[in-house]
Design a protein around this ligand. Structure first.
Ligand SMILES: Nc1ncnc2c1ncn2[C@@H]1O[C@H](COP(=O)(O)OP(=O)(O)OP(=O)(O)O)[C@@H](O)[C@H]1O
Length: 790
């Protein structure tokens, strides 16, 4: 049977578990068992062939066969020789054994197969059931899938639409991308350049940071410097106060010394008078003594003579007495002779007594003369002592005088030093304000309502309040002179400044203000009336006086004067002898004189004006006549505001050159006194035509002046000196090393309040300026005998 089944499909191994078989699909199982099952069975038989006893039944149950093995077993024949029956039998037995095993195996396999078949049919059933279930499921799923597919198709369509859209958008995107790429390239380039820029900016930032740090350092340092400056300023202020006090003290000391000096001089004079009278009386006494001495000598010789006579007479009388005795002894002599002898002796005695009396008298006279001599001697020694005392006193007085003079000299030096220190501390540009009195032509007596002077301690004499439309505008200056201030009072305040010109400083005093505010009155005044003389004549008087008094200290001064006016930006020489041209014609043509009047400055900061007349002066009278000449030459125009209004800037210059013969010191000072043209606004002046041109030129030069002052105050690199003739001319005086004083003249007329405020505002700005430190111009030798302009 097994042989019939040899072509049957190989059977699964009995070891194969049912569950496993049931879970494997039928077709698959067949395929698998075809290959592997057979190989397994055959290999097992072969192994048994080699190692075990094939005949045992138990073992046969374990053997498995493949189809080929079974076929091979069936085709197996005994291989023993023809005559080897035994071998053949054995071989046949063996084959039979094997066949038996195989049959048994087949039986077992069959059983298993039946069993498997059952199992398989049941599992087939269940599988079929499952299959039908699954089929159902699959159908449902198919339905579902179909629906899904339809849906998907729809989806696909929509997706295709979308896709086409997407494609389009992709194209767009590609285009965009390309563009973006381009943009990116550009952006990258930009980025590179930006990066470079960023690097640069970073570098700049670093540099800026460093700069900021250094600036901060600098700022710190500047702050420190500022603090130190403030401290220094405070110290200077204190010093200024101390210097002021010392100055006041020095002034007081000077006046007391001067008083002392005057009394000492008086005392010395009376002592000298006394000394002279003592000398006369001493001479008289000496003469008297001489005559007395002569008298005494005469008396003594007379006395001697009388004494000699007396001695002679005594000898004679003794001789006579002896003779008498001899005569008495010799009685033989006659009584007549005796009488004669007695008479002789009597007369001799008489003569003798007379002579005795005379001697007595002479002795008395001599004693008296001696007494007188003694007295004369006494008075002479007294006179001599007195003389010596007076001599001593005179020496003392002379010493004191020299001492006082030295003190005076030192005081003068100290005064100069203190004055300069005060000026330096105050700044070299100062501003004084002067308000003129109301004039009959002014609007009325309303000064009090327009101008007021604060009385607080800090503003007293320095403050001025201007009231406009009920608003008070306060100003403070170095000094404010009210309408009552006299010319002398004003001059007193600037006298020290004028003095500086003699000390070798450049001094510049100018008057600024609207037309008719009192500039000319302040600067020139009325020279014919002593009390109304202005600053120019007073300054010149002081300079001449002081230069003369300084001659005792060895100073010799040389003075030169020039006067010019600047009219419509042209210079005119006011001292030119050829200047006979009428004012109007001069005004019409600025170059009538044919002179250039070019302004130049030399390296020493001195100014020269070519062709300008410079006159050597040595007396105040000479200067007065020059001032008169200049006043006549001056251009005077007329505006609605002032009948005598000056339409030009007047510049008076005094150049001083001093030499001290004892110290060989030299000084060169300049005094510039300037009466500026009126500063009124065009609208107010009502000027037209030539007057308008004048006013424009005046305003231009005044604004150039303010520009220069403010540029100097701000310490700007460029100072516009050349913007006007006036500023260029005054460059060395404004440029820092001179002492400058500005008078701002104010009219109290209520209708001038606007102009007054303009002037005061300008002056206040000038007052806030500090344009440098005055420098004294001293030298060992003069380079040029002709003095420079400024
Ligand atoms: N302090 C004063 N005391 C008395 N009179 C004065 C005083 N100041 C000015 N005056 C008078 O006021 C008038 C105008 O003054 P002044 O001519 O000096 O003005 P000004 O500013 O120089 O005018 P201008 O700009 O036209 O030259 C003059 O008559 C002058 O005498």
């Amino acid at each position: 049977m097994p042989l019939r089944n040899q072509n049957r499909a190989p059977l699964p191994s009995p070891n194969v578990k049912k569950e496993a078989l049931s879970s494997i699909p039928f077709d698959k199982r067949r395929k698998e068992t075809q290959g592997t099952g057979r190989r397994q069975v055959l290999s097992t038989v072969n192994r048994q062939d080699a190692n075990s006893d094939v005949g045992s039944t138990e073992e046969c149950g374990k053997v498995e066969f493949t189809k080929d093995e079974v076929l091979a077993l069936l085709n197996e024949r005994a291989k023993a020789g023809k005559f080897d029956t035994k071998g053949k039998i054995e071989q046949m037995t063996d084959i039979i054994k094997k066949l038996k095993v195989c049959v048994r195996w087949y039986q077992q396999v069959d059983e298993t197969h039946v069993q498997d078949k059952e199992n398989l049919s049941s599992s087939l059933q269940s599988a079929e059931k499952r299959y039908s279930d699954k089929e159902l499921d699959a159908k449902t799923k198919e339905e579902e899938l179909r629906a899904t597919i339809t849906e998907m198709k729809e989806n696909i369509e929509s997706l295709q639409e979308k896709l086409s859209k997407e494609k389009l958008s992709k194209l767009d995107a590609i285009e965009n991308h390309r563009r973006e790429k381009d943009c990116r390239v550009v952006a990258e380039k930009l980025q590179v350049s930006l990066r470079e820029e960023l690097d640069k900016v970073k570098e700049e930032k670093m540099a800026a940071k460093q700069k900021v740090t250094s600036l901060e350092d600098m700022y710190k340092r500047l702050q420190e410097y500022n603090t130190s400056l403030q401290q220094y300023n405070t110290k200077l202020q204190t010093d200024l106060e101390v210097a002021r006090e010392a100055h006041t003290r020095a002034e007081k000391e000077k006046s007391s010394i001067l008083e002392n000096l005057t009394t000492l001089r008086g005392h010395s004079k009376s002592l000298q008078d006394q000394l002279a009278s003592s000398r006369v009386s001493q001479d008289e006494a000496v003469k008297q003594k001489d005559s007395l001495l002569m008298e005494v000598n005469n008396l003594q010789s007379e006395l001697q003579q009388v004494r000699d006579d007396r001695d002679r007479h005594v000898v004679q009388s003794q001789k006579l007495a002896g003779e008498i005795l001899m005569y008495k002894e010799s009685v033989g002599k006659s009584s007549h002779e005796l009488d004669i002898l007695i008479a002789k002796s009597g007369s001799l005695e008489e003569t003798c007594s007379l002579q005795k009396e005379r001697i007595k008298m002479l002795e008395q006279e001599l004693a008296f003369a001696k007494e007188k001599l003694k007295m004369v001697d006494l008075s002479m020694s007294h006179t001599m002592t007195e003389f010596e005392e007076q001599k001593q006193c005179m020496h003392e007085l002379q010493d004191r005088l020299a001492d006082t003079e030295r003190q005076l000299f030192e005081g003068e030096l100290l005064r100069k030093k203190l004055h300069n220190t005060i000026l330096e501390l105050k700044g070299n540009i100062r501003v004084f304000c002067r308000v003129r009195p109301l004039l009959p032509d002014d609007g009325g007596r309303q000064e009090a309502s327009v101008i007021a002077y604060p009385t607080s301690t800090e503003s007293l004499g320095r403050g001025i309040d201007v009231v406009q439309s009920g608003n008070k505008h306060p100003f403070t200056f170095d000094k404010v002179f009210d309408h009552g201030a006299s010319q002398e009072e004003v001059f007193f305040e600037i006298s020290q400044l004028v003095q500086s010109a003699l000390d070798g400083y450049k001094v510049c005093i100018f008057a600024y203000g609207q037309t008719g505010s009192g500039k000319t009155y302040t600067m020139m005044g009325r020279p014919e009336t002593p009390e109304q003389k202005g600053l120019i004549p007073r300054s010149l008087e002081q300079i001449f006086k002081t230069s003369q008094s300084l001659s005792t200290q060895g100073w010799k001064y040389k003075m030169q004067v020039s006067m010019l006016e600047i009219y419509n930006e042209s210079i005119r020489d006011l001292l030119s002898t050829s200047r006979t041209i009428a004012i109007e014609s001069v005004r019409a043509d600025s170059s009538t004189s044919g002179r250039q009047y070019t302004i130049t400055h030399d390296v020493n900061g001195n100014t020269h004006v070519s062709d300008l007349t410079i006159v050597d002066v040595c007396s105040i009278g000479q200067i007065s006549s020059l001032l008169q000449q200049a006043a006549q030459s001056r251009s005077v125009g007329k505006t609605h505001m002032n009948e005598q209004s000056s339409r030009s800037h007047f510049v008076f210059t005094l150049r001083i050159s001093g030499v001290n013969e004892s110290t060989e010191q030299q000084v060169q000072g300049v005094l510039n006194l300037i009466d500026l043209a009126g500063s009124e606004r065009l609208s107010r002046s009502g000027a037209t035509g030539d007057r308008l041109k004048e006013t424009q030129a005046i305003n231009k030069s005044l604004s150039a002046l303010s520009d220069v002052i403010f540029a100097l105050a701000k310490k700007e690199d460029h100072v516009p000196f050349r913007n006007s003739k006036l500023t260029y001319l005054l460059q060395p005086c404004l440029g820092g090393d001179s002492k400058t004083l500005m008078f701002v003249n104010i009219s109290p007329d209520p209708s001038s309040t606007g102009e007054s405020l303009c002037s005061l505002r300008f002056a206040a700005r000038v007052n806030a300026c500090e344009i440098g430190i005055p420098r004294r111009q001293t030298s060992a030798k003069l380079l040029d005998s002709r003095l420079s302009y400024g």
